[in-house]
Design a protein around this ligand. Structure first.
Ligand SMILES: Cc1cc2nc3c(=O)[nH]c(=O)nc-3n(C[C@H](O)[C@H](O)[C@H](O)COP(=O)(O)OP(=O)(O)OC[C@H]3O[C@@H](n4cnc5c(N)ncnc54)[C@H](O)[C@@H]3O)c2cc1C
Length: 382
């Protein structure tokens, strides 16, 4: 009998899982199911690989996961590029965290504290010093902090490279929605597709991001959509050149960031709301992003606005991903979702976790906080 693995969801997480499984021959056949591969949060994201400036107070475990994944990123990027023959657009210029209002200086203190706790130091900069490093920054910027070890990636190039690597490794892609994971005698039987067909499988990896909860009753309630809006802009002839590194700013308590892309482009993000699966980009969201970004980059008004987009971060109750067997789910079902605000960053670590889970090896020590086993079984009505 063929040992078939089905992966549900072809964002960065699911495509990585399918590629790793096929590359390492962890199943006889790997099938990746998604009605619109690469169309979810992974398409919309900023692509920052910046655990320290991303972590909020009290999110120690998330910071550690992010740091463990950041350390893996150069190797992961090289492996994806080698397997696909495509660039993922990894950038190594680091992050500059800046503040506009005196009240936001605490943000910088928090980052310094995180870095020190982690055995690293950061360079505190005056407003003038930040402008010397990044002339695109305006006079409103009062202080900053250089975090040189952060990385960034072009998430759209990454998606294309992962898809090519998966295809080369022999992954079969089915472009249709799955409705649920089927089971028999407490074990996975396969996956029901919207067409009515059932794809038989011994193991199923659920990696459908914010949509994962609908795919089996034991997953319901574990993940929710956290809406985010983002803009893409481009410097025009005569515009002030964009910054060369990721800039994260606090403007009157609101976070805004700019991530450079090739061709004078910048990704500006991101709003954050609990609004269910409402995919509209709102006028208020765009206004706030532009107003905050313009305080930091006064030359922005002259840029071309190329795109606005919204998607859904897969949020969990403790902001940590859910990886591995889930209490109350059939044997053979592996969760791989809930990567929240940092799924692009966490993909490098997730790749190793998925490979270990599928091979029956112990997972990396640094990933233990993400184990799905931490979740209590949910009451499921029959
Ligand atoms: C505005 C914004 C900015 C962000 N910026 C960053 C950043 O700078 N750095 C960072 O690390 N992270 C960032 N994130 C978070 C990151 O994008 C996510 O954590 C990550 O993309 C999640 O990847 P995923 O593969 O789990 O989900 P997704 O990319 O959402 O993919 C899920 C896939 O599942 C598919 N699917 C849905 N239903 C079904 C079904 N029934 N059957 C089969 N397939 C299905 C969808 O079509 C989709 O392709 C950002 C997110 C947002 C929204």
């Amino acid at each position: 009998m063929t040992d078939r693995l089905v992966v549900l969801g072809a964002g960065v997480v699911g495509t990585t899982a399918a590629w790793v499984a096929a590359r390492d021959h962890l199943a006889d056949e790997v099938v990746l199911v998604d009605p619109a591969p690469g169309s979810g949060a992974s398409w919309v994201a900023g692509g920052m690989l910046a655990p320290i400036t991303e972590a909020w107070p009290g999110e120690r475990a998330l910071l550690e996961l992010g740091a463990a994944s950041l350390a893996r990123w150069p190797g992961f990027a090289a492996a994806v590029e080698g397997a696909s023959g495509r660039s993922v657009g990894l950038r190594r210029e680091g992050t500059l965290a800046v503040v506009v209002d005196a009240a936001d200086r605490e943000d910088l203190d928090r980052i310094v504290e995180h870095l020190r706790a982690w055995g690293r130091d950061a360079e505190r900069l005056t407003g003038r010093e930040t402008r010397r490093q990044e002339p695109a920054l305006g006079p409103a910027v009062r202080a900053g902090l250089a975090v040189p070890d952060d990385l960034a990636v072009d998430n759209r190039l990454l998606l294309a490279a992962l898809a090519a690597a998966a295809e080369r490794a022999g992954v079969v892609v089915r472009r249709e929605p799955a409705t649920r994971v089927t089971e028999s005698g407490g074990a996975v039987a396969g996956v029901a597709l919207a067409s009515g067909e059932e794809v038989r499988a011994e193991r199923v990896v659920v990696a459908a991001g914010a949509w994962s909860g609908a795919l089996h009753p034991a997953l319901g309630g574990l993940v929710r959509p956290v809406k985010g809006e983002i803009l893409r802009v481009r410097a025009r002839a005569g515009s002030l050149p964009p910054p060369t590194r990721t800039v994260r700013a606090a403007v009157a308590g609101r976070a805004v960031y700019a991530v450079p892309r090739d061709g004078g482009r910048l990704v500006l993000g991101a709003t954050q709301y609990e609004a269910g699966f409402d995919a509209d980009v709102t006028v208020g969201g765009v206004r706030d992003l532009l107003a905050d970004a313009e305080r930091v980059f006064p030359g922005l008004a002259d840029y071309a606005l190329e795109e606005s987009a919204a998607s859904f971060r897969p949020g969990t109750a403790d902001n940590l991903p859910v990886l591995g067997p889930v209490p109350g789910a059939p044997e053979g079902l592996l969760a791989c979702f809930g990567h929240g605000r940092g799924g692009i960053l966490l993909t490098a670590l997730t790749a190793d976790v998925v490979a270990d889970l599928l091979a029956g090896r112990p997972v990396p020590e640094e990933s233990r906080a993400a184990a799905a086993a931490r979740l209590a079984p949910l009451e499921v009505s029959s």
